[in-house]
Design a binder for this molecule. Structure first.
Ligand code: PEP
Length: 255
């Protein structure tokens, strides 16, 4: 049974000072929660300061994005090597990057490969829009995103995939556990099984994301195909994020 994981995506919120304060509060609550990997993903400018707060604690650091090249004339971008040593995780292909910054499956694929080369664990985000769901294309879209992100990768050790239906992100309307299970157990896992001979269920952790809260996380965490949650809004609320981590531990340990 892989170690469950809860990851918090701060998005473009918090100044460095606010981020430091938030990290301190999160560590205070999260450090004592065991049986789950806890990851926070602040904005780039806060990574170094937050890394200082997390040093010596059980809370891990992730970035929200990166460029795939090692270095070069890419103004405003951040290279994998700049994150390695600071972070263990990196979010890739978040729907906000796909929709606002035209990130394609090909771009996500290059980033996933670059993350592995740099020793970072990618948290690859996939998920369909409302229009795609309503036109019956959710399974096809999600399977395509998984295949696209992992194209050419023969080894998928230590990979995290977050299923985040776009219509559930930041809306307060989470997917139902049935929908999450249909996609995660019924589409993502079989797609991985089709692509890899080694049992992906033993190597890949699947997270549900999209309006996760202390009130709904248990229903997702109880699903066999779910290993935790990717949390946006509630990760900026220390009380809520800590509670989410505790609930995931309880649900995954059968409590
Ligand atoms: C996210 O940003 O990945 C996310 C799931 O956001 P929220 O929890 O706010 O829906």
């Amino acid at each position: 049974m892989p170690v469950p994981i809860v990851a918090g995506n701060w998005k473009m919120h918090t100044s460095v000072t606010e981020g430091l304060r938030l990290a301190l509060e999160l560590v205070e609550g999260l450090d004592g929660v065991s049986g789950v990997e806890k990851v926070i993903c602040p904005p780039f400018v806060s990574l170094e300061a937050v890394a200082g707060v997390l040093r010596g604690t059980s809370v891990k650091l992730g970035a929200q994005n990166m460029h795939h090249e090692v270095q070069g004339a890419y103004t405003g971008e951040v290279a994998p090597g700049m994150l390695a040593g600071l972070c263990e995780y990196v979010l890739l292909g978040h729907s906000e990057r796909r929709s606002h910054f035209a990130e394609t499956d090909e771009a996500v694929n290059l980033k996933v490969k670059a993350a592995f080369r740099a020793g970072l664990c990618p948290i690859v985000c996939v998920g369909e829009t409302l229009e795609q769901r309503e036109s019956g294309k959710a399974a096809e879209v999600v399977a395509g995103q998984v295949r696209g992100a992992l194209r050419g990768l023969h080894n998928i050790m230590d990979l995290v995939i977050a299923y985040e239906p776009v219509w559930a992100i930041g809306t307060g309307v989470a997917a139902t556990p049935e929908t999450a299970s249909e996609v995660m157990g019924g589409v993502i896992l079989p797609t991985l099984q089709e692509m890899y001979t080694r049992d992906p269920a033993a190597q890949v952790r699947l997270l549900y994301g999209g309006s996760v809260s202390p009130g709904n996380v248990e229903s997702f965490a109880r699903l066999e195909s779910v290993h935790g949650a990717l949390v946006g809004g509630a990760s900026l609320r220390p009380d809520q994020f800590v509670e989410i981590a505790r609930i995931v531990v309880g649900a995954k340990s059968g409590g």
